[in-house]
Design a protein around this ligand. Structure first.
Ligand code: PEP
Ligand code: MG
Length: 364
């Protein structure tokens, strides 16, 4: 058994020495981040912040989204800020010295709204009993206004950040405060702020300018220099096709191949079990689901275009990928050939990604 362990270590050592792609992990909390590190992850390539708002905190986001007044909004933001600061401080400390890419909130909106059917029933029942139901009725009207038929194509990502006042600013402030405090204590936090679902450079510019203002403000407050990268996900075809413009305002690109696959094919990523999907596999339209192994001709082509345009517009721009494909062997070979800087995948897939990145490099 010892021989086997030594042999595996040696193989990993050769792979690490040969590979050009860096390997990061997707981790949403300090525990996952620590696991990522143990698996050889060289940073966190995607920290999805929506998972931080489940449980008790969901209510605070709901209040923020549905707030009628600025005072209500500020109250919810004031409660969220220290919670987020603690979340980020833990993640940065777990990855001390390694980059942590924090993606600003990107939920399908309905996950943070009261269930519209339940609310309608409650209002109807109260009405039929002649009971007072003014609050529920007001809530129902507000939820109705935000109701979407297609939440995955709706008020998500940067759109939410632009529509809900203070939400992204609060998150950037929490990141900045957590980093500033660690820096002051002699730590080496390396946060990166990532904006989701960007389709046009204008969206990015607004958030980037606001982030820069917050970094200056918090830096001055704590007496430290805060200048960490602000970048974007490329997960919509329009973003890929306008990568030259987007690169002007983004210090890095991270390809979100889950959403990119969904939007390039027009396949719902939430319905991959649908009958036509298995029929397609059965009939050999494709051998493997494009959500599992990268569709190099469609999605991959867009990645190549965006990578080339991004590099031409901003030489040295950092390019990564953080969709599920980051840990799929064939896809890793494609990302190597496309010249990306890193892949980011689930912590458990980090060793496979390291190995495949090494094999890809050895193949030339
Ligand atoms: C993606 O779209 O590939 C991605 C990494 O983001 P998410 O899966 O959270 O939408
Ligand atoms: Mg996505």
């Amino acid at each position: 058994a010892d021989d086997l362990v030594r042999a595996v270590d040696r193989i990993m050592h050769y792979a690490d020495a040969a590979r050009r792609l860096r390997v990061r992990a997707n981790a949403d909390n300090a525990e996952d981040a620590a696991r990522a590190r143990r698996m050889g992850g060289e940073g966190v390539g995607l920290c999805r912040t929506e998972h931080m708002f489940l449980g008790d905190r969901r209510q605070l986001v709901e209040r923020l989204i549905l707030a009628d007044t600025e005072a209500e909004q500020n109250e919810a933001l004031d409660q969220l800020l220290p919670l987020q600061r603690d979340d980020f401080a833990e993640a940065f400390a777990a990855m001390d010295g390694l980059p942590v890419t924090v993606r600003l909130l990107d939920p399908p909106l309905h996950e943070f709204l009261p269930d519209i059917t339940e609310l309608s029933v409650r209002v109807a029942v109260a009405e039929s009993r002649g009971e007072s139901h003014e609050n529920d009725l007001r809530l129902l009207q507000a939820v109705h206004k935000l109701h979407e038929q297609n939440p995955m194509l709706g008020l998500r990502g940067v759109r939410l950040g632009l529509v809900v006042p203070g939400l992204f600013t609060m998150q950037v402030r929490a990141i900045a405060q957590a980093a500033a405090k660690l820096l002051r204590d002699g730590g080496r936090p390396r946060p990166e702020v990532m904006i989701p679902l960007v389709g046009t450079v204008q969206e990015l510019e607004i958030i980037r300018d606001e982030s820069a203002r917050v970094l200056r403000e918090v830096g001055a407050e704590y007496g430290v220099q805060l200048d960490f990268p602000v970048g974007t996900m490329i997960e919509l075809p329009r973003a890929a096709l306008t990568a030259a413009q987007i690169a002007e305002s983004a210090e890095f690109f991270s390809f979100g191949t889950n959403d990119l696959t969904q939007t390039v094919w027009g396949f719902s990523r939430d319905d991959v079990e649908a009958s036509f999907f298995s029929a397609y596999l059965e009939k050999g339209v494709f051998g493997v689901s494009p959500f599992e192994s990268l569709d190099t001709e469609g999605v991959g082509r867009l990645i190549e275009i965006a990578a080339a345009e991004g590099r031409a517009a901003r030489p040295g721009i950092k390019l990564g990928i953080c969709g599920e494909h980051g840990g799929d062997p064939d896809s890793v070979h494609f990302f190597h050939r496309a010249g990306l800087d890193y892949v980011s995948c689930s912590p458990f897939r980090v060793p496979v990604a390291r190995l495949e990145a090494g094999r890809a490099a050895a193949r030339g």
